[in-house]
Design a protein around this ligand. Structure first.
Ligand code: HEC
Ligand code: HEC
Length: 290
């Protein structure tokens, strides 16, 4: 009896294994050499690895490996170091005057990194990236600040908030001159146009109706020249920074319906050091805005 003739696949020209499953024949293609080499190297690597590194669990312990590496102890050491460094920093940041801290490059390096994270987590949703503001939320990195911009003042604003629940909160309100009937529409339009003219840099006639309305009703808070007053937290109305919009309708609305922005107070929610780091960070943003 002779062996059956080898079966050749007519399409590829290769020999088949001779097995047939439901009419499908398997080609006798060998596993490529590169795969054998890969598997062998992989196995060798595993053996070397289990000898060098902690690997096999035993009953009471595990094989430590020749290199004696333990990631847990190295992490513990790093955390302890970070805590120690942080305690030192915290101490300095809580006790030294903000102005002194602001002129220390090492402190400011920390502020730029950690302060940025704090700002991103707590402030950016309202004040925008880099503090450039959103509609209804002031630009605190480029605009003149309503409450003043020395570091202690900024810190105080962050600590107690504005129109917030804190017992010492700053309080400010733009009155609803139109809705509460203190001024008529034509007075409000006149003072709106007066402000827009001041902002455009044109020379403005102080004898117009709008200028009079301003002098009688607005200058007490916003200042004689409309450049704002930190005593009342009243913004500059001449520069091009507007919280609620500087186009005619928005300015009219601010005067007609009034405004009272709410800035949360952060004391109690953030640590003492974090409040001070944020004040330093806002100060840094204000000096380093492009
Ligand atoms: C819920 C929104 C909101 C969040 C969050 C918020 N703020 Fe404010 N912030 C405001 C508003 C609104 C004002 C302006 C209030 C007003 O118009 O009188 C303001 C005002 C300020 C001012 C004073 C501006 C000035 O002109 O004097 C500073 C400084 C400030 N925020 C810093 C921060 C910092 C730092 C954080 C993060 C810890 C923060 N804010 C988080 C809404 C917010
Ligand atoms: C009692 C003090 C006070 C008086 C009086 C006052 N304002 Fe204001 N005004 C404020 C404060 C405070 C704000 C900021 C409100 C806020 O941010 O929530 C403000 C905001 C505004 C804004 C919005 C500014 C922006 O950036 O969008 C305009 C416009 C304005 N005032 C115009 C006037 C005019 C015009 C008058 C007079 C008719 C006037 N104000 C009288 C305190 C006052």
């Amino acid at each position: 009896m002779s062996a059956p003739a080898p079966d050749r696949d007519p399409v590829t020209g290769r020999l088949t294994t001779g097995h047939e499953w439901n009419g499908i024949k398997e080609l006798g293609t060998p596993v490529p050499r590169i795969v054998f080499i890969g598997l062998t190297l992989g196995a060798l690597y595993l053996i070397v690895w289990t000898i060098l590194m902690p690997a096999w669990p035993g009953i009471n312990s595990y094989t430590r490996g020749l290199l004696g590496i333990d990631q847990r102890t190295s992490v513990e050491a790093r955390v302890a170091l970070a805590r120690l460094e942080r305690a030192e920093w915290t101490q300095r940041i809580e006790t030294e005057p903000l102005a002194t801290l602001a002129s220390d490059p090492q402190v400011m390096n920390l502020v730029k990194g950690y302060g940025k994270t704090l700002f991103g987590d707590n402030c950016q949703a309202c004040h925008g990236g880099k503090g450039v503001g959103n509609s209804g939320f002031p630009n605190i990195s480029q605009a003149p600040l309503m409450w003043g911009d020395d570091l202690d003042t900024i810190h105080e604003t962050i600590r107690v908030g504005i129109n917030a629940a804190h017992p010492e909160t700053r309080f400010s309100q733009m009155l609803a001159f139109g809705r509460d009937g203190m001024l008529g529409r034509s007075d409000i339009l006149a003072v709106t146009d007066y402000l827009l003219a001041l902002g455009s840099g044109a020379s403005v006639d102080d004898m117009t109706h709008g200028a009079e309305v301003f002098a009688f009703n607005c200058a007490s808070c916003h200042g004689d020249n409309a450049r704002g007053s930190v005593d009342f937290g009243a913004p500059d109305l001449v520069d091009d920074h507007w919280i609620y919009g500087g186009y005619r309708q928005a300015v009219f609305n601010s005067i007609f319906t009034g405004r009272a922005g709410h800035m949360p107070s952060w004391e109690g929610r953030l640590s003492k050091a974090d409040l001070r780091i944020l004040a330093l960070y806002v100060g840094w943003l204000r000096e380093n805005q492009p």
